[in-house]
Design a protein around this ligand. Structure first.
Ligand code: ADP
Ligand code: MG
Length: 417
């Protein structure tokens, strides 16, 4: 994918680059007087907000991948091909869920650059949740996003050949898959130089994570699912930092990790972020009332997801998986029920992995890591690890989302801080 026309854009070269693209000048107007602000808070890429200096409502976002990890620098090379996968996934999402993702104005695989709708009235969900803000529809939007994107790219929806062609456009997102394999499913559970460190948490993990063979075997089982199972095109980094929201709308961003993987990975990861935030509000200002709101979002996410997923499934014709006459209606309905139970259990396992990696691994969540008092932070970290272990150990006892919520509520009923 690499070719010679690639160059890293900066404040000086951006206006010239944008002025050549009619779809962008249609939004920005005159490109001779632009305000350019680097807003990237992410680890990997450069993100700029560009607006017309005389009318700041005329704005776009420019996101460019560079051939290294932005947060570390050129000494950590990382192929910029990741932007190719983000472009491909966002293009597909614009067809499947246009109201839940930014509009693309220009996508340039050679330049590893995406110019898209600027969400200027929205903030990152994680930031809102840290502040204790409630969003009436966000859980429903998350559930719908997952149902639509996961079902339509699954073998229950697509034909075999067209699906393999689509898979072929994502299989080589290899470096980012490897990052997930190592940083979510391996390093956090052992002594590793990349891990985060906080003395009391480290000591607890040594005793209760590194030496817990059953837990580590379960983690490896989920790594196996991540590596081998190709249920659907995943966002694969669907956490509260990949959602931009306001009181009415929610948008999913940052799909550079997109690849074909297990359904439960997106579902579990997003649920785990509500749990991590819930734990943080034992210390943060949201208190019991906000913690309750966070927990209540989990069944809304799941129930919306499940209802829409099943609705799409019932409406689907023949597919790679299903041929008319194979099952009677009752057999099909029974199979679907068992399928959803399994998906719920897999989501619980992936949520468990996500909680542990966000606690012990290099990439934490601000909900917890921004707490300055190391002892309080450690108490909350250990609480998250204990919940991870419980979800993992008891996942196969869960048949409904209410079972999962009951487990979580039972867990939080013991003192946390
Ligand atoms: N379409 C957008 N509109 C407004 N802000 C955006 C948009 N896309 C990204 N951002 C901002 O830029 C930040 C980094 O973008 P992100 O896609 O997460 O980059 P990275 O992949 O480097 O983590 C986001 O957290 C958000 O604040
Ligand atoms: Mg990213």
């Amino acid at each position: 994918m690499s070719n010679d026309s690639y160059r890293v854009l900066d404040r000086d070269s951006l206006p010239g680059y944008l002025a050549e693209i009619p779809e962008v000048t249609a939004v920005l107007g005159d490109c001779t007087d632009l305000e350019i602000l680097e807003i990237g808070d992410g680890n990997l890429n450069f993100v700029y907000r560009v607006n017309n200096a005389t009318d700041s409502t005329k704005s776009v976002i420019v996101k460019q991948a560079v051939p290294y990890l932005r947060m570390v620098g050129e000494e950590w090379p990382l192929s910029r091909d990741r932007m190719t996968y983000e472009i491909r996934a966002l293009s597909l999402y614009n067809e499947v869920v246009p109201d839940l993702v930014p509009t693309i104005y220009h996508a340039d695989e050679e330049m590893s650059t995406l110019v898209m709708q600027c969400l200027s009235d929205h903030i990152i969900l994680r930031i809102g949740m840290i502040e204790g803000i409630t969003y009436p529809d966000v859980a429903e939007h998350i559930g719908l996003f997952m149902a639509e994107t996961l079902f339509t790219t699954s073998a229950w929806s697509m034909g075999s050949l067209e699906r393999r062609e689509l898979m072929d456009r994502f299989t080589m997102n290899a470096e980012l898959c490897k990052l997930t394999e190592e940083f979510i499913f391996t390093f956090p559970y052992m002594d590793h130089e990349s891990n985060y460190s906080n003395p009391a948490t480290d000591a607890w993990a040594k005793e209760n994570v590194h030496t817990d063979i059953d837990y580590k075997r379960d983690v490896l089982h989920f790594k196996d699912l991540f590596v081998s199972k190709t249920d659907a095109l995943l966002h694969a980094d669907l956490h509260s930092g990949s959602l931009m929201v306001n009181q009415q709308e929610s948008y999913v961003i940052d799909m550079e990790f997109a690849y074909f993987g297990p359904f439960g990975f997106d579902v579990g990861k997003v649920i785990s972020n509500f749990l991590l935030c819930c734990t943080s509000h034992y210390h943060r200002s949201g208190g019991a009332e906000y913690r309750e709101w966070l927990l209540e979002q989990i069944p809304v996410i799941w129930n919306t997801f499940e209802a829409r997923f099943l609705e799409l499934w019932e409406a689907a014709g023949e597919s790679a998986m299903m041929t008319n006459g194979f099952f009677s209606d009752t057999e099909l309905a029974d199979m679907r029920s068992a399928f959803m139970v399994n998906l719920l259990q897999e989501s619980a396992g992936f949520a468990a992995c996500s909680m542990a990696r966000r606690t012990l691994g290099i990439a934490g969540v601000a909900d917890i890591r921004d707490i300055e008092d190391l002892e309080i932070r450690s108490t909350l970290e250990i609480a998250n690890l204990k919940l991870s272990k419980r979800l993992m150990a008891e996942r196969n006892t869960l048949s409904t989302i209410d079972d999962m919520l009951a487990l979580i509520r039972d867990y939080y009923s013991s003192p946390i801080l």
